[in-house]
Design a protein around this ligand. Structure first.
Ligand code: NAD
Length: 486
């Protein structure tokens, strides 16, 4: 049985309760984990609080050195960790390896930032004495909490652990209840590398109990959530009364616009990877595809042919070439939700061009498999447009000009990512300026680079992860005025 980690120890839940973590490919039990509650959350916060002063005073190079050692330990076990991730999450092994490598790259990015945190000095008008100046110190915010979803459990843990620890804060990670296992192993390895007790902790269990108890604990100063917009509202309401620092990385419904002059082959690949990676369970994913009428037929034909090559199956098995392996959806609920959204579109006149149903293969009957779909003639009021579609279904729309494409792209409550595929500089510039989203990719995959700030507008959240910018959310500026030294 897996255990939680706090104060340098592996522990069970205070209540003794556990729950099973199941493989989405066949329903088998991968392991069990402690079902924590408010008591466990409080114990983790106590251990973090006790560690915070010394960790803040630890030299940045020393913090970086320990994490560097931790990253090396993880690198020695990447394949085993990727296998475990596939078992608990469902994604194909190759995608799990990609996720672990992205996590390691992100950690190395922040390790490199350790010695580059800067405050500033400001000359001030003399009031009592000449030579008055101010210093803006950057200090760690204090005990942090990172709440992580199940779709990319490892990279999205890293986007919180890396900047929090490098900035000198202790942190408690709350993984999604269905994906705690690989997270716990990685947190164990980072601790094994020499983190002092209480600096990096992990509490497992339901978000409504453990997450809420962590957020409302009086000693927690900073909460980073990646999750749905609905959970974002709850986290904001819980953190608000005590003015806690929060960042919210929430849902999305990314538009992708393809113009008549685009490189069609590249754009088709961009749509394929952008929509169907991780079985479509990604925040940054192509969820609405707007094609200029001049290229609509050609594009859709090529896309449908490629999507038809997907072979749903267990993530640990290899697909027969030239097929492409797609894992199961993460839960039964997730698959039912996507089915409901697709059925709603069909009831309003949509046409499913490929996929869109459970595979016939009886051997897959115990998993949450679903054949990826492309859907045409989708009405604007259907759930495929108005809701976040967290699965492998892509609605395609015909547009006749850029203004129309941008207006439709912006007709969404979300604003996470977006892309335009064109070689026309005027079009690219206009889209970059006018699309309401935190990111715009031009002739590029919807991908969160470690080097660039990443965050959304509207219901997609507030604040940023990734890039040097993310460090600022883990540092509190303090203005100090030196007035009497003249
Ligand atoms: P979710 O909101 O259900 O859960 C996310 C985390 O929040 C889990 O750890 C959960 O246990 C916890 N949680 C749930 N209720 C809580 C509460 N009341 N208080 C505290 N914690 C609580 O999301 P999910 O289903 O795990 O993930 C899918 C969602 O995450 C999608 O909407 C997706 O778009 C979004 N997401 C966003 C990003 C981004 O960076 N913008 C990245 C990945 C996923």
């Amino acid at each position: 049985m897996a255990k939680m980690f706090m104060n340098a120890e592996w522990v069970g839940a205070a209540s003794g309760q556990t729950y099973e973590v199941k493989n989405p490919a066949d329903g088998s039990v991968v392991d069990s984990a402690p079902s924590g509650d408010a008591q466990d959350a409080a114990a983790a916060v106590d251990s973090a609080r006790a560690a915070s002063k010394d960790w803040a005073a630890t030299a940045p190079d020393e913090r970086a050195g320990i994490l560097h050692e931790g990253v090396n330990l993880i690198k020695q076990q990447t394949k085993d960790l990727a296998q475990l991730l596939t078992k608990e999450q469902g994604k194909p092994f190759m995608e799990s390896m990609g996720e672990l490598n992205h996590f390691l790259h992100g950690m190395e990015f922040y390790i490199g930032m350790a010695s580059k945190i800067r405050g500033s000095q400001v000359p001030l008008p003399p009031t009592m004495n000449p030579n008055c100046y101010g210093v803006i110190m950057k200090q760690p915010v204090g005990v942090c909490v990172g709440i992580v979803p199940w779709n990319f459990p490892i990279t999205l843990m890293g986007t919180k652990v890396g900047p929090a620890l490098i900035a000198g804060n202790p942190i408690i990670i709350k993984p999604a209840s269905t994906t705690p296992l690989t997270t716990l192993k990685i947190i164990g390895l980072l601790n094994e590398a020499g983190l002092p007790a209480g600096v990096l902790n992990c509490v497992t269990g339901p978000g409504s109990k453990v997450g809420a108890a962590l957020i409302t604990h009086r000693d927690v100063r900073r909460v980073a959530l990646t999750g749905s917009s609905e959970t974002g509202k709850q986290v904001m309401a819980l953190a608000g009364p005590d003015f806690k620092r929060i960042t919210l990385e929430l849902g999305g419904s990314d538009p992708m616009i393809v113009c008549p002059d685009a490189d069609i082959a590249k754009a088709v690949s961009g749509a394929m990877i952008g929509r169907y990676w991780n079985a479509g369970q990604a925040c940054l994913a192509v969820k609405r595809l707007y094609l200029f009428e001049e290229i609509y037929e050609e594009f859709v034909e090529k896309l449908v042919a490629k999507v038809g090559r997907y072979e749903p199956g267990d993530g640990m098995a290899k697909a027969e070439k030239p097929r492409i392996r797609m894992g199961p959806l993460h839960t039964a609920f997730q698959r039912e939700e996507v089915e409901t959204q697709l059925a709603d579109a069909v009831s309003k006149g949509a046409e499913v061009l490929v996929g869109g149903k459970r595979p016939d293969d009886d051997s897959l009957g115990k998993g949450h498999f679903f054949a990826p779909a492309v859907v045409a003639s989708v009405s604007e009021d259907s759930k495929l447009v108005t809701e976040e579609v967290f699965g492998p279904v892509l609605p395609v729309f015909k547009v006749s000009e850029l203004d129309e494409a941008i207006a439709k792209a912006n007709n969404s409550k979300w604003g996470l990512g977006s892309s335009i595929w064109t070689n026309n500089m005027k079009f690219a510039n206009k889209a970059a300026r006018e699309i309401e989203s935190g990111m715009v990719w031009i002739n590029q995959l919807h991908y969160g680079y470690d080097e660039m700030p990443f965050g959304g507008v509207k219901a997609s959240g507030m604040g940023h992860e990734h890039g040097p910018e993310a460090l600022e959310y883990y540092l509190e500026p303090k203005s100090v005025v030196f007035g009497g030294l003249g």
